[in-house]
Design a protein around this ligand. Structure first.
Ligand code: GDP
Length: 168
């Protein structure tokens, strides 16, 4: 079964996106304590045609060095050895300028030839004027396709679903 990895900084809205995508409230737990998830959580979706893999968030400033090392080891193992990995969804906060850590993550994926789709989260927080500007800014900075997504209004959900299905 093809797998799609969900990656992003702690608090970017990864759990919320998973729940929105699945149309379920409690599929993925939204994190009260950012950076605490240390496991890969696998969700079978689209009648078992593909699997979403919720990866632990990165870049939590207060995480101990040992935890950061553990994260890097886990991700390295998973992302480089998983033959069924079809795509990485890299979530970035749509309200922010492109962040160095996220650009690093994109470069890391690219260096390993892992296909990348950028998702700009919290899209409901941007005005109609800000959205096209943000899309251009992300597309330029990351040189990757980008999709705006809101887990509140579910904007972008249909596009994301068909994008995922096209990988199944
Ligand atoms: P995670 O750590 O990446 O799993 O992030 P969460 O899904 O737990 O979300 C972090 C915070 O951002 C929570 O307070 C969410 O309610 C909020 N959030 C997530 N997605 C959205 C969104 O699309 N719109 C808005 N307005 N808030 C969001």
């Amino acid at each position: 079964m093809p797998e799609i990895a969900l990656l992003g900084r702690s608090n970017v809205g990864k759990s919320s996106l998973l729940n929105s995508l699945a149309g379920a409230q409690q599929l993925a737990r939204t994190s009260g304590t950012p950076g605490r998830t240390r496991l890969l959580n696998l969700f079978s979706v689209q009648e078992g045609r593909l699997r979403l893999v919720d990866c632990p968030g990165y870049g939590y400033a207060r995480a101990a060095r040992s935890l950061r090392t553990e994260w890097a080891g886990l991700m390295e193992q998973y992302l480089t050895h998983r033959s069924q990995l079809a795509l990485a969804l890299l979530l970035v906060d749509g309200r922010l300028e492109p962040q160095a850590l996220d650009l690093d993550a994109a470069a890391w994926l690219r260096a390993r030839q892992i296909p990348l789709q950028l998702v700009a989260t919290k899209w409901d927080k941007l005005s109609g004027n800000q959205r096209p500007l943000a899309l251009r800014r992300f597309a330029d900075a990351f040189a990757a396709p980008v999709l705006g997504y809101s887990s509140v209004s579910h904007a972008g959900r249909d596009e994301l679903r068909s994008l995922l299905l096209s990988r199944a």
